[in-house]
Design a protein around this ligand. Structure first.
Ligand SMILES: [Zn+2]
Length: 341
């Protein structure tokens, strides 16, 4: 099964991707006709920073991002989630279907590296912000743990192994630590992250990393980008009590509106986790729509509070020769067959 996945599937995907694009089946104008596609990015980093960044799956290089944006610009009508959603539910059906580019977690690279690419392409995007992270300029726990674990493995191997385990190479240990932390209750998880960070003599995160400031978010908003809410503390919302749920959902909206001076219309569920109670809280707080992490373009009539997205991973857009491939991306975004993800 493994060898099949590694050898047969990439070849099949390349061949199918090329044939389907050439025949027009996966061409966005046809495959995404009438649909709303929402793509997700997390980290946009230049090569030298990418090498320091611990979670490969959620990072693309600035060059890769430029390639994605160029493809979107040529094949879709792009805009903020708020703007394209409004046109889409209004019944507008342009020849190039609607696509919204979204960024989760509010990191500084959105400002430093994604914004210039978007501005050059004349495309406005949506940025989902965890309010507390901005207030404290603190990265989310997975980034903190990733950086700290990696640095500690390099600086003090015995100490690192005592905290992280010793079965495997650095990459395996960092991944295992992430998985372990994910399974812990929130307080224990943060305590574990703090223990790993505390074992280092200096700072865990590189000096270049951090979250956007309120000033930068105001500038983003003024220049036409959308700033939406990604809660206050990025918790798993179905697990919090009603009082915290209200703070996370309504509190973040009020705060963003006070800081930015414009209505905050769109919400993004942390980790994509939502249930009936959470959806109801988001609706009641006055948001007009919300996005999940479930995969796929949205068909007309989609629930505005459970919009699906397509997570963009540059490795999956490469052909078996390692080159960024439009047929592969078209196949993936077409949702033509689920195995193509
Ligand atoms: Zn997030």
């Amino acid at each position: 099964m493994h060898s099949l996945r590694n050898t047969f599937h990439p070849l099949a995907r390349d061949v199918a991707g090329s044939l389907l694009l050439a025949s027009g089946v996966t061409r966005p104008a046809r495959a995404a006709r009438g649909r709303l596609t929402v793509v997700t990015f997390h980290r946009i980093l230049p090569e030298e920073k990418l090498r320091e960044y611990p979670i490969e799956e959620i990072a693309v290089s600035v060059e890769e991002f430029g390639w994605f944006v160029d493809y979107f610009r040529r094949h879709y009508s792009c805009g903020t989630l708020a703007s394209v959603y409004r046109r889409w539910v209004g019944g507008d059906r342009p020849e190039r279907p609607f696509l919204a580019i979204t960024f989760d977690d509010g990191q500084l690279d959105g400002w430093e590296h994604a914004r210039p690419v978007l501005d050059r392409a004349g495309i406005a995007a949506s940025f989902f912000i965890p309010v507390d992270g901005v207030d404290r300029d603190e990265l989310l726990w997975h980034d903190r743990l990733g950086y700290a674990a990696r640095r500690l493995l390099g600086a003090d191997r015995p100490r690192a192994e005592a905290l992280l385990g010793s079965a495997g190479d650095d990459r395996t240990l960092v991944t295992a630590a992430m998985e372990r932390a994910k399974g812990l209750p929130p307080e224990e998880r943060l305590a574990f992250v703090a223990r790993v960070e505390g074992a280092l003599p200096g700072a865990a995160r590189p000096a270049w990393d951090g979250l956007m400031s309120w000033e930068q978010l105001r500038a983003l908003s003024r220049s036409g980008h959308e700033v939406g809410s990604h809660s206050v503390t990025h918790p798993i919302l179905p697990l919090v009590d009603d009082a915290q749920l209200a703070r996370e959902v309504a509190g973040s909206k009020a705060r963003l509106e006070a800081e930015l001076g414009v209505p905050c219309e769109s919400f993004c569920y942390p980790n994509g986790d939502c249930d009936e109670r959470v959806v109801e809280a988001v609706r009641r707080a006055g948001y007009l729509r919300a996005v999940t992490t479930a995969w796929g373009p949205n068909a007309p009539g989609a629930d505005p509070f459970r919009l699906t997205r397509c997570d963009m991973d540059a490795r999956r857009a490469r052909n078996r020769a390692g080159a960024l491939s439009e047929p592969r991306l078209a196949l993936r975004l077409s949702h033509f067959f689920p195995g193509a993800r």
